[in-house]
Write a protein that binds this ligand. Structure first.
Ligand code: SF4
Length: 424
């Protein structure tokens, strides 16, 4: 059965700095809190064991604060980021870090124990949480079911629909009880607010790396320059989001927090420099990005702990490229081509955040990937859509490369830049 990955699950409003290490753990802790209450268990102490990648980089990614907030019943969508940041310790909650133990199901495992009851959760990327229990089979009556990009293209050609139209028809069929358009507008508004906040805020990011915020300064400089500054502005937009994310502020998973700058930056570039309307960006752009993101989530991974940074930044770059090609009038085959080009040149990208913070190389990496997405669209729109390497092939290649990649390069900060940059 084809599993539909909803745009409203891929793009969720939460807090930084990490969807897998902050948003997912907060949701898991809130779920555990609900389970304790449902079972009538009261306990003075809770023990939380963080395994694998969560154990390795949980501190720098704000996992402890997120779990402490979740255990109070807070949710990423509604919590106050400043309050979450203030939660550093709770004498009743004991944290155990097991970075070298990878649970069989996923490298982002966490076990909660209280009052003789325990439960293990997995933060599988993008803020999604799973347990050891099989996922309940949800009957999805989709008007256009497909598993692969090739099948999606066949539907577009058979029905004479765009990729956005197919994605929206499936989305509306799956969520008849929700006003999908209104929620997408709300998500786009949150993305814009995040960029605009980042473009206004100066200072130093949290953590011992003492990384300076740059987006506001770059943006100010660009406003004084003559000529086309659209590419430089695009970079500033992406940096703005990722600085907000690194600061633990309000941000939209797109499809993760570490890669949250690319899709909003490319959209804001289209708004400010290509005369694309807010409505087109909220609906057509976001639904196309989500339709492509669903292919990655279903057939490979969007988790840095599972696939390295190609799964996060690579997927986001591909989603943004496909979505921009769509709103600039690309055919379904050109949209697929743009998405394919964007991922092809992110294959093999490792995850090695310095000090375990989602800052170096993550912030700049989003700026570069936003540029790659726009470059991929230019190439694709100058072609006919006919090309040798399909999107399905790069998605499968990304999956295989992620599976072969050493654990050192999968959100553990045990290799690459994370061990070669001298901390000062
Ligand atoms: S290097 Fe990439 S995957 Fe790793 S934390 Fe940074 S953005 Fe996420």
């Amino acid at each position: 059965m084809t599993e539909h990955v909803s745009a409203l699950d891929l793009f969720t409003i939460g807090i930084g700095p990490s969807s897998s290490h902050t948003v997912g753990p907060m949701r898991a802790a809130a779920q555990f809190n609900d389970e304790l209450r449902a079972k009538g268990i009261t306990s003075d102490s809770i023990r939380v064991t963080l395994y694998g990648s969560l154990g390795a980089t949980g501190i720098g990614h704000g996992t402890k604060n997120a779990i402490l907030a979740g255990l109070q019943g807070q949710q990423p969508e509604t919590c106050d980021p400043e309050y979450v940041r203030s939660l550093t310790e709770n004498p009743n909650v004991e944290f155990v870090f097991e970075p070298r133990t990878r649970l069989p199901k996923h490298s982002n495992g966490m076990k909660f124990e209280a009052g003789g009851f325990d439960k293990t959760y997995y933060s599988v990327g993008g803020g999604f949480v799973e347990t050891d229990e099989p996922k309940p089979a949800v009957k999805q009556d989709l008007p256009y079911p497909y598993q692969t990009a090739d099948e999606l293209l066949e539907i577009c050609e058979r029905e004479n629909l765009t990729i956005a139209q197919v994605g929206m028809a499936n989305e509306r069929a799956q969520r008849p009880d929700r006003d999908v358009d209104a929620e997408l507008r709300r998500i786009w508004q949150a993305m814009k607010s995040c960029i605009e906040a980042g473009l206004q805020t100066e200072g130093v990011l949290p953590g011992f790396l003492k990384v300076d915020r740059r987006a506001a300064g770059i943006h100010r400089q660009l406003e004084t320059r003559e000529g086309d500054q659209s590419m430089e502005s695009l970079q500033a937009y992406a940096i703005a989001v990722n600085e907000e994310n690194a600061a633990g502020n309000r941000v939209v998973t797109a499809p993760t927090n570490g890669a949250a700058g690319i899709i909003p930056a490319v959209a804001y570039y289209a708004l400010k420099h290509r005369n694309i309307s807010d409505e087109t960006l909220a609906i057509e752009y976001l639904i196309t990005a989500a339709t492509i993101g669903g292919l990655y989530k279903r057939n490979a991974s969007i988790s840095g702990a599972e696939a390295g940074c190609q799964g996060e930044v690579g997927s986001a770059c591909s989603m943004a490229a496909g979505a921009l090609a769509q709103i600039l009038g690309g055919t379904p085959r050109q949209v697929e081509n743009a998405a394919e080009i964007a991922m092809e040149h992110n294959l093999g990208l490792t995850c090695d955040p310095v000090g375990g913070f989602v800052q170096l190389p993550c912030i700049e990496r989003n700026a570069i990937a936003a540029g790659t997405a726009v470059a991929a669209v230019r190439l694709a729109l100058n072609g006919t859509g006919v090309h040798k390497i399909s999107l399905d092939t790069v998605i499968e290649t990304m999956r295989q490369t992620g599976a072969d990649m050493s654990t050192k390069y999968k959100e553990t900060s045990m290799g690459g830049l994370a061990v070669n940059v001298v901390e000062c």
